[in-house]
Each structure stands twice: as C-alpha cells, then as structure tokens.
Design a protein around this ligand. Structure first.
Ligand code: PLP
Length: 431
C-alpha cells in the first residue's frame, strides 16, 4: 500500500518557490535516492518522527548526528525553556559558557582552552586559520571524502553532501584556494608518505576525521593514524581532529581518546549543542593563544556562546553521563547490525555493514570499505530503493548512501525489532 504523502508534496512544492531547491541544506533533498518530495516532518519525540501527513517513523537520521539522546529529551527541553525565559542572547560573558567549557575540558584530554562558535563549519574553518597563524604556512591536507563543513578550503573532495550531488569541488571556490589543499585517500599509508615527502614542510595542518562519518562509518586501519601523527610531528604540521560527528558519539569524550592519540587542535559540534546550533574548537594553550583577543588570528561571533546553546549543551552532556548509556547504544547497534545482516542474507542482497557503537552504515556491496573510492563504488541506486521502501514501512534514514544510521538513547529493543521487520520487508521487495 502506498503511503499518504500529499501534504509533504504540497509543502515541498511551495518551498521550492521560496527557498532555493526547497531545502535549507542540500543533503535534505531526495535527489540522491531517486527524487521526489522529501518528507516534511511535523513533530519529533524520543526515537520517532511524525510527518505532515500523519505518518509515524522510527528515526535514524538523528538530525545528521546531534540528537543522540532522542528528540525532545525532557532534561534538554527544560534547560532550553529556562534559557528562553531568562533571555536568549546577551552579547556578554555568562557563567554558563564557563561551566560548559570546563565540562568539555574534563571530558576531552588536551583541550587547555576552547572557544564556542555556531557550527561545525565555523569550528573547522577557524582551526585552519589558527593552524596557519601558528605555523606561518598555508597548505592543508585532508582525506578524500571527508566533509569538514562548507568553507572554501575544505570543499575539495568533500564527502557525503557534495559527493552525493556529484560536485566534489563547489563552484565559487577559487582555483587558487583549492590549490592549497592536498587530498589523499584515507587509510593509505603509502599515499600519505608520498604526499608528506613532497609537501610536508609547507603544510599548516592535516585535517582528520579520526573515525570517518562522511563516506559512511569507516574506522582507521591499525597503525594509520599513528603514522599520520609521527610524520606530521617530524615535518612541523599540526594535526586537527574534526570531531564534529565523533565527539561524545562512542563514549563520553573524544574519538581521539579512544584511539589513544592527541591532536594539536580539535573541532567539535553537533552533539555538544543538544540540538541547538553550536560548534567549538580547542587545543593546547600555546596554539589557542594565537586567537584574538590574545593573539593575531581573528575569530568572532554575535551568537557564539549564546545561553540557549550553552544550557542545551550542558543538559545534553548531563544526560550522556547516565551510567550504561553508551553500552546500551552498542548493544542495540549490535542487534540492529546482526538483524540487517541476517535479513540481507536471507534475501540474497549483498551488503557490508560498518558499525561503531550506535552508529552504522549499510553499504550495498560485498567489499570491505576502508576509503572513499570504495564507498563511492557501492550501489547507490539500490540504496535509493531501500531508502524509499524503509520510509514506506515507517523507518526514516538520511537520504544518502554515504550517511550513518544513528541510534539514540531513546531507541528501545522494540524499536530495533520493529525496524528489522521493516528492513526484512524492504529487502524482500528490493530485488
Ligand atoms: N565536520 C564534520 C565531520 C561534519 O560531519 C560536519 C557536518 O556534517 C561539519 C564538520 C560541519 O558542521 P555544520 O553542519 O554544523 O556546519
């Protein structure tokens, strides 16, 4: 039975007349999954969405990652309500930003100082500026398929959104800027060594998603990141970890700590805002003191550190301190992974799943996925069909083969079981 979608279609048609492309972020469109009107959501609570046609979904989009505690978590809602009652924006220092900075420092080793901004894009963009100011160099290195926001320098070979749209280099990014960016494949020690031999002395920073989230969940292979750290140190390049997706995702802290590595600078976002706009960056004092007003690297923001985002972020981290929360994400993640694999086997659909704790990606291939080229080669058309079938059966994913499914602390075993029923129906109809 087809689902009722007429309200979504009407609203999207109207959106297209007033909002460019009908969406406020390109990845929200359904272009990469065979087209059609994206589902217009009306309400969200816990692990569920309700759309404008009254359909209910189990949600694994998690707003592209921030919503790790589930939608409308009561503790976060109460904090944001209180923030609104006390005035949303001051433009002065507040005690909340100090409390939140301390909380983040306690959770993540190596952050002597932090600065709050409004998005992951801003956080990464500023770590590049700070790295350039600190080292006096201009080039940066990044890994193919990794997305670090939409600032000029990092929109080169940039992962899920741009890759899905087939525009790895955005129009409007000057060639001269792209020439400052060296892009190499992830998990490829030889390519990395060759690039470092050639350009190592000119590189201000190497941008690393320590556990990749932007061409699907992809972990670094044994020894790869230690090599990156070793050669960066030898050549005087800084290491910047983009932990916008990974921080507080797999445990209460950074992916860096899980991997036993310490970058020079770190960019944060998503989860730390509890659903409100946020970004942050931080690192050792000697580097962070390059930032204005102490140093010559300028960065500012009218909305930066606003009370609502701070209080929402504090409340979110408080929830994430619940004992056993991450173990449960991992348990439900394993159950979902196992169930999807079994169902795919039953229906003879070749898939590979990469999973870390409550985040996983289903790739339509039998190959192991360790870099972007492999992720790109997976069957996007089949993913598109799978996506639409799941939607019809009440499960909402990100509309891109490169994105992760995010389990939240609001999902229950029953939600996973219901999801697996929908997955089984989808695989049965897929071939
Ligand atoms: N870095 C990573 C790893 C991301 O996944 C994203 C967004 O998806 C960003 C940076 C940009 O963050 P924002 O969308 O908040 O600007």
């Amino acid at each position: 039975m087809e689902m009722e979608r007429s309200n979504s279609e009407t609203i999207y048609a109207e959106a297209c007349e007033h909002i460019v492309g009908g969406v406020n972020s390109p990845s929200r469109g359904y272009k990469a999954v065979g087209g059609g009107a994206p589902t217009v959501m009306e309400r969200a609570e816990g692990p569920y969405f309700w759309d404008v046609d009254g359909n209910k979904y189990i949600d694994y989009l998690g707003a592209y990652g921030p919503i790790i505690t589930g939608h409308a978590h009561p503790h976060i809602t109460a904090a944001v309500t209180k923030a609104a009652e006390n005035g949303l924006l001051y433009g002065t220092p507040t005690k909340h930003e100090v409390k939140f900075a301390k909380m983040i420092k306690e959770a993540i080793p190596g952050l002597d100082k932090v600065r709050f901004v409004n998005s992951g894009t801003e956080a990464v963009m500023t770590t590049i500026r700070v790295s350039r100011a600190f080292t006096g160099r201009t080039k940066i290195m990044k890994f193919a398929g990794c997305y670090h926001g939409h600032s000029d320098l990092v929109l080169v070979a940039a992962g899920s959104g741009p890759a899905t749209l087939g525009t790895p280099d955005s129009a409007g990014v000057p060639k001269t800027i792209a020439e400052e960016v060296i892009t190499i494949p992830f998990n490829n020690p030889d390519a990395f060594k060759t690039a470092m031999d050639k350009w190592g002395d000119e590189i201000a920073c190497i941008l690393v998603e320590p556990i990749v989230g932007n061409f699907g969940i992809v972990e670094p292979q044994e020894g790869f990141l230690p090599l990156v750290h070793e050669l960066a140190k030898e050549k005087g390049a800084l290491i910047v970890y983009d932990e916008v997706i990974t921080a507080f995702r797999f445990h209460y802290g950074s992916a860096a700590e899980l991997l036993g590595l310490e970058p020079d600078l770190m960019a944060l976002g998503k989860i730390i805002g509890g659903g409100l706009p946020i970004g942050a960056y931080g690192g050792r004092s000697e580097i962070m003191d390059t930032v204005a007003p102490l140093g010559p690297a300028y960065q500012a923001g009218t909305m930066a550190g606003n009370p609502a985002s701070m209080l929402s972020g504090i409340a979110c981290l408080e929830v994430l301190q619940t004992p056993g929360l991450y173990a449960e994400l991992d348990r439900l993640g394993a159950m979902l992974e196992e169930g999807i694999l079994q169902s795919a086997k039953k229906h003879h659909v070749p898939i590979t799943i990469n999973r870390k704790c409550g985040a996983l990606t289903v790739f339509f291939t039998e190959e192991t996925i360790v870099d972007y080229d492999q992720a790109e080669a997976t069957d996007g058309e089949r993913f598109g069909k799978f996506f639409k079938l799941l939607l019809k059966n009440g499960v909402n994913l990100a509309p891109s083969k490169y994105e992760a499914w995010f389990i939240t602390s609001a999902h229950t075993e029953k939600d996973i079981q219901d999801t697996l029923v929908a997955v089984d129906l989808a695989f049965a109809e897929l071939l």
